[in-house]
Ligand binder design. Sequence first.
Ligand SMILES: Nc1ncnc2c1ncn2[C@@H]1O[C@H](COP(=O)(O)OP(=O)(O)OP(=O)(O)O)[C@@H](O)[C@H]1O
Ligand SMILES: [Mg+2]
Length: 361
Amino acid sequence: MTGQTPRLEIRNLTRRFEGRAVVDHVSLSILPGQVTCLLGPSGCGKSTTLRMIAGVENQDAGEILVDGAVICDSHTHVPAEHRRIGLMFQDFALFPHLSVADNVAFGLTGPAAERRARVETMLDRVNLRRFIDAWPHELSGGEQQRVALARALAPGPRIMLMDEPFSGLDNRLRDEIRDTTLAVLKDSGTAVLLVTHEPDEAMRMADDIALMRDGKIVQQGAPYNIYNAPVDREAVAFFSDVNVIRGTVQGALTETPFGQFLAPGVADGQAVDIVIRPQHLKIDFDRNGSGPLATVQDGTPARGVVVRARFMGNESLVEFRMDHDGSLIKATVPNVFLPKPGKPLWLTIRRDRCFVFPAAG
Ligand SMILES: Nc1ncnc2c1ncn2[C@@H]1O[C@H](COP(=O)(O)OP(=O)(O)OP(=O)(O)O)[C@@H](O)[C@H]1O
Ligand SMILES: [Mg+2]
């Protein structure tokens, strides 16, 4: 990333409803051809952010820039239709009374022959040229979605705003459409801001993920960084199930049934949460009441009994009730591992895979 001008930049964008900031000083920038996913729980302000960028909702404060030029701040307001921003929302509905060609041509101006050529190019890109004279009701859901994508891209938007555009599709189709969409968007140098509340979708699509909560961006970065260096317990929990072990700090260490954990920079007496994903626990067999030896990497094993085990396809999920405090802990194992309920087993926690955060509340 050199000093390239972002295609889209927003600075301190803020929107209040009845005194409550539902979008609160949100800043982010997206380079041409890059995809940023805005990821967060329902009601956190994702759609409101998109609507302000699209120009269909006014901000209370902040700036929006496209290719370095302000399109919206306290003095300037470029109207929605002049922003060259494409929109694709969940209810992307094609116009039922227009043919596929006319749907794609909808936002185009200029001579008829030019428009027709552009429509053909766009339909080629989404591999639907053969449907050019068809009606929307003659297409499958996935084909309609691709026509909607062609329609959104036909006027050559510099930016695409997508609000859960794939949520109406069934799983298998969704993967395929997502990949096609991504390829077409990357190819056209469009900057994409994609709203989703599905972490898998964000990991699959995004160059950058912005985690949003209560109107604020709490963390932003490449999927790898967000997944492996989460800022807090909720950020971990957004991407997977989590186990949380509560401890209290004494001399930058916290003592637990799983051994000691480092808690650098945390004051004595402060409670911490040790957060661990189910795939990062190790399971060992019980040998006459004892487990594996403690190691530096895995700490001390703790024993639990199997509550239930389920096969999930790529992995098995085993739930344990721990001997030491009766708490439940989940662990996943690749492939098939289905121990009987009541069976005692030993769990260890990989030190390099757990996160230690000051306890909330
Ligand atoms: N016009 C409005 N008047 C009052 N409150 C609003 C208005 N529009 C949105 N809100 C509130 O702002 C908050 C954020 O709404 P927004 O639609 O941006 O959430 P979201 O993150 O898109 O959620 P979802 O994932 O459910 O679509 C919500 O609490 C919502 O009720
Ligand atoms: Mg929304």
